[in-house]
Design a protein around this ligand. Structure first.
Ligand code: GLU
Length: 601
């Protein structure tokens, strides 16, 4: 989200002021983060929002590491980007630790309450899934036990260098001081006015006489500042075992529907209890890993399908030379690779606590060869069948059917590198833009609707579905925070929002950068296409204008025009300490990149 510069400099001054113990005497103007690309030294950050990027840079400048900066920036996003981030949601953090040369991940996925039934999203009156929008997404039933604060706590405890209480200060300052409404914030509010006005809490927090606040007005959130202060004082237990959690559970069980609201449907209460909250954990998990063109690509494992699906697609594509001048042929193969990888994703990926995920097979080069051999001179007809990832491998693998499902388009990604070479790639979300649209009264944050990422019912053809609802289960995600190493050193980190298109966005950026030799800014700006085992490929108008006709006439590919796909951020380590931070330049209002020092420092 972009902010008017004048106000932004005022905010930068606030943030500089809260940088306790600051030895640096850089003026606010010098620290201001305003562009989509920044190159320099001493640490870098790229997020969807200038205040969050500035928060990360202030933390880095004051001796924090990349993990500290990522947590602090994410807390600020909870204030300025409340519709795509916040402690009412969840996410996945992938970290490269410079000291141990290891990649680790934290799974902060929201979790279904213990008593969540498989038919949670089936209407008992019809036996059919409850309509998705607005009924299913705007309900207490959709709210998973949030994992964002537990992710921050795990990250800080294991890998951070500053206490959480310190890292929340910039966000508290922004929440009290306020921020200026830009077009993105305005539009996201506007799109959700009907849902937000149903709930007394959300109406009071986000609407101005039942409308989206005008662009240019200042929005403050003292409730959230108080909530963060309570967490700073008492720790994450204030939410998972304390008063914030009690209010949260009360909200889930009794959504605060305004007496004069007329939503036209019954807002279903949820089943979350304080016990569910107190049992929540954000576990550390092994990353996924594949090699591609001599690079090591690390991602997020189940319950996210990000790492496995990006990884399987790369393994399939590794068998082709994509760097020849025949770009259309390379793009045909890209579309076919993800068509196949999505069939496997839908058939096999779910919460590993509940389903046996054949991750090793899915990421094996033998399985990739079986899938690659299905890629012919023309587009396959979707839905294509999932393969069988169990060895031995040989021939072409096409097994059981797989059905594509819908997923949201919200979320944000932030990327941070510090001067020691620690790297954080962190995607966080509350699922839909504005999540469930239900804010916790008096506490200033929205609750997610992440449980709508479960498939509401088994496929009609009886195919096993690893992503059905169950008590204590985490719904499958597409979030794909990624870190790439070359010769055991970090080279690039990237991620994006965009629901199920996240996977193809991250993959396309990697192909643009490493096969098509684009710079990272060009790789991120280039027009996108997303094939997810559907008859037609979703593609941005720029992609269709450039490649549509040739891909159609030579390979039989067909397209649906989609205004925007994703809004990535990333950082490339250019060597000798030089960093290039890159945010999305245009999509979803653009993001902001910044470095600690423009010149060597
Ligand atoms: N809920 C989605 C997922 O976990 C992310 C939300 C979005 O980007 O729309 O994959």
């Amino acid at each position: 989200m972009r902010m008017r510069l004048g106000s932004f400099f005022a905010l930068a001054a606030v943030l500089a002021g809260v940088a306790a113990g600051s030895a640096a005497t850089v003026s606010a103007r010098e620290t201001a983060a305003t562009g989509a690309v920044a190159t320099g030294y001493g640490g870098a950050a790229a997020t969807v929002d200038p205040a969050a990027t500035e928060t990360a840079i202030e933390i880095l400048r004051n001796g924090g590491n990349a993990i500290d900066a990522a947590v602090a920036a994410n807390a600020t996003l909870g204030v300025t980007e409340p519709y795509v981030a916040g402690i009412g949601g969840g996410g996945f953090m992938v970290i490269y630790l410079a000291r141990s040369h290891k990649v680790v991940t934290i799974d902060g996925r929201e979790t279904a309450p213990e008593t969540f039934p498989q038919d949670a999203f089936i209407d008992p009156a019809t036996g059919k899934p409850i309509p998705f929008n607005p009924q299913r997404i705007t309900s207490g039933m959709a709210i998973g036990v949030p994992g964002t604060l537990a992710t921050w706590a795990t990250a800080e405890k294991r890998y951070g260098s500053m206490p959480l209480s310190r890292l929340l200060q910039p966000a508290i300052a922004v929440a009290r001081q306020g921020f200026v409404v830009d077009k993105t914030y305005h539009d996201q509010t506007d799109q959700n006015v009907a849902r937000l006005r149903i709930f007394t809490s959300s109406r009071a927090l986000y609407l101005d006489e039942d409308q989206a606040p005008a662009i240019g007005t200042t929005v403050r959130n003292p409730q959230l500042a108080d909530t963060y202060e309570l967490i700073a004082k008492k720790g994450p237990g204030a939410l998972y075992r304390g008063p914030i959690g009690a209010a949260l559970v009360q909200t889930v069980q009794h959504p605060p529907v305004a007496p004069d609201a007329n939503p036209g449907f019954t807002v279903r209460p949820g089943l979350m209890t304080t016990r569910d909250l107190s049992h929540y954990k954000a576990p550390r998990r092994a990353p996924t890993h594949v090699t591609y063109r001599g690079l090591d690509v690390y991602g997020m494992g189940p319950p996210s399908s990000g790492g496995s699906t990006v990884g399987e697609s790369l393994n399939i594509l590794a068998g082709f030379d994509l760097s020849t001048p025949d770009r259309a042929l390379a793009l045909h193969r890209y579309l076919e690779a993800t068509r196949l990888a999505y069939a496997d994703r839908n058939r096999y990926i779910g919460d590993p606590k509940f389903v046996q995920v054949p991750l090793k097979g899915l990421l094996s080069t033998g399985f990739a060869a079986e899938r690659r051999c299905l890629i012919g001179p023309t587009a396959a007809t979707s839905p294509v069948r999932a393969g069988d990832p169990t060895p031995p491998y040989g021939g072409c693998s096409a097994g059981s059917a797989a059905v594509a499902r819908r997923e949201g388009t919200s979320t944000n990604h932030l990327t941070v590198v510090d001067r020691k070479g620690n790297v954080v790639s962190y995607t966080s979300t509350i699922e839909q833009i504005a999540g469930s649209a239900i804010a916790v009264p008096g506490y200033g944050f929205l609750l997610n609707n992440e449980l709508t990422d479960f498939d509401p019912a088994p496929p009609a053809d009886g195919t096993p579905d690893p992503n059905l609802p169950a008590g204590g289960k985490r719904p499958r995600s597409s979030m794909s925070p990624t870190i790439v190493l070359r010769h055991d050193k970090p080279l690039l980190a990237v991620g994006s929002p965009g629901g199920a298109t996240i996977i193809t966005t991250v993959l396309q950026i990697l192909l643009n950068r490493f096969d098509f030799a684009m710079s990272l800014p060009d790789a991120m700006a280039a027009p996108r296409a997303s094939q997810r085992n559907a008859p037609k490929t979703d593609a941005e108008p720029g992609f269709i204008a450039h490649y549509g006709t040739e891909l159609q006439s030579r390979f039989g590919q067909s397209f649906n025009s989609t205004a925007e796909i994703g809004a990535a951020t990333g950082i490339e380590l250019l060597g000798e300490g030089r960093l290039e931070a890159v945010a999305e330049p245009v999509r979803r209002g653009g993001g902001t990149a910044a470095v600690v020092c423009a010149l060597r420092c």
